[in-house]
Design a binder for this molecule. Structure first.
Ligand SMILES: [Zn+2]
Length: 472
């Protein structure tokens, strides 16, 4: 029996419990830093499988680590489980219909992510028990990926320092290994305070915080021409100072997200944005304060690990999709735009993209990217990848072209297609972990490459010193 056949058998034997766990997480749909019930569900499942669980790690109320085994090698498997606000949606429909208006929903599939990563950790443990293989497997319960960068706090606290490699995955619309980089980011709120006044009777006595927010945004929009093209800056006015035009707004705030390929580029861009905020405050006679919201490092890819993971993804194979999977995927596809579908083919070689473009389910394993692209987004897995060689795969859990953070992802989150993709990812991660435990050259080569890529740069958390995770 091959390694993958053994792992498949282990995972399939517990299929019902993993899919039920994922569906329970989907139903809880707790957002960043409030995932108390979800974390407890995962902790309970780990303990039942014989893992030692440490709760509330790194100052995170909903962060935890479950361990099995002892000594090196230490395999870190990362699980996320936070939902998104405003994406409540009934399962199994092909039209938007919330369960609760304005409620939360698993619009990024982190219910699958959390349970699938746990399935992988359990399979590694079971395989170690069967074969006597030595080492440690850890499940990192990583909260607040969508907002707040839970893993960055965990990395800063040194929780990955003794890990030999880190593995994870993300639900997607195709099966691939993410040998790519991502943008580092910094999220910060600018809070302006002025003085209120009657806007008609005594405007000269007022100092408008809303004016400051507007001038800051105008200033930043002029900055765009003079920043590197790969950088991204976006903002949302989170408090405009009230609904009455007849009152000079005494308080207003704007939330900024600043992204660039390298940490130092983000830091430099942030200081320029901050200067603009100070300028806006000076112009309007208001004062400005900042509030840190989150930060993530760029992703350091690892070719060696990606190749091993790709071989395991290929060995895990494409699940059997039945007529019902195809029928529902077609129904979802009918709700997508051609642009959505085009975006799902991002980075693929043209031949693969051509084969897949008219299919509702991407039923093949996508080859590794020949040239590592920089994904125009961010992930807090970035921080982990600075500390330890890291690899991530994706699998087809949704109809091809389904965009993240939409009602369609929530609607598909508990269906057989999603479960099949989740277990395919679990097998892939477990296979990669076992290969690394059995063959010391995998970890050695991945570490050498990691050192070469960092070229002596140390991991520098973007989280300000002394900053602790928020309590919600
Ligand atoms: Zn996500």
């Amino acid at each position: 029996m091959t390694r993958m056949a053994v792992l498949s058998e282990i995972i399939e034997a517990k299929r019902e419990s993993f899919t039920a766990l994922s569906d329970e997480l989907w139903a809880k749909a707790e957002v960043a830093f409030t995932e108390r019930q979800s974390a407890e569900l995962l902790c309970g499942a780990l303990e039942q499988e014989g893992f030692r669980v440490e709760r509330q790690v790194a100052g995170l109320e909903t962060g935890f680590v479950g361990s099995y085994g002892s000594g090196h090698p230490v395999i870190a498997i990362l699980g996320e489980f936070d939902a998104l606000p405003g994406l409540s949606q009934k399962a199994g429909l092909a039209r938007p219909e919330p369960i609760a208006e304005g409620g939360n929903g698993h619009g990024c599939g982190h219910n699958l992510l959390g349970s699938g990563a746990l399935a992988a950790a359990v399979a590694v443990k079971d395989y170690m028990q069967r074969t006597g293989l030595k080492g440690t497997v850890r499940y990192y319960g990583c909260p607040a990926e969508e907002y707040g960068s839970g893993k960055a706090y965990m990395a800063r606290a040194g929780l990955f320092d003794d890990a030999d490699l880190a593995l994870s995955w993300h639900p997607y619309t195709a099966a691939l290994v993410q040998n790519l980089s991502s943008l580092a980011n910094y999220a910060v709120k600018f809070k302006f305070t002025g003085r209120s006044a009657h806007a008609a009777a005594s405007p000269h006595l007022g100092r408008s915080a809303l004016d400051a927010v507007e001038l800051m945004n105008v200033g930043v929009n002029y900055l765009r021409e003079h920043m590197i093209p790969e950088a991204r800056v976006h903002y949302a006015i989170t408090d405009s100072g009230g609904a009455s035009p007849n009152v000079v707004q005494a308080y207003a705030e704007v939330s900024y997200l600043i992204r660039a390929p390298k940490q130092h580029q983000v830091t430099e861009l942030y200081s320029r944005v901050y200067d603009i905020a100070k300028g806006a405050a000076l112009m309007t006679g208001t004062s400005v304060e900042t509030e840190f919201e989150g930060a993530a490092g760029s992703l350091i890819p690892n070719r060696k690990l990606a190749e091993v993971m790709h071989a395991n993804l290929t060995a895990a194979g494409i699940p059997d999709y039945d007529a019902e999977d195809w029928r529902y995927a077609e129904a979802i596809r009918a709700t997508l735009s051609p642009e959505d579908i085009q975006a799902a083919l991002y980075g693929m070689d043209p031949r693969t993209a051509l084969r897949l473009k008219d299919k509702a389910i991407a039923d093949e394993v996508i080859p590794l990217y020949p040239v590592e692209p920089v994904m125009p987004g961010s992930t807090d897995v970035g921080d982990v990848s600075w500390v330890v060689p890291t690899a991530q795969c994706m699998t087809a859990c949704w109809a091809l072209g389904t965009a993240l953070h939409t009602w369609q992802t929530v609607a598909q989150g508990t269906l057989p297609l999603a479960h099949k993709g989740m277990l395919q990812a679990a097998k892939t991660i477990a296979g990669t972990a076992i290969e690394a435990l059995e063959n010391p050259a995998v970890i050695a080569e991945a570490k050498t490459e990691h050192r070469e890529r960092l070229q002596g740069q140390a991991y520098m958390p973007l989280i300000p010193e002394g900053q602790m995770p928020p309590r919600r």
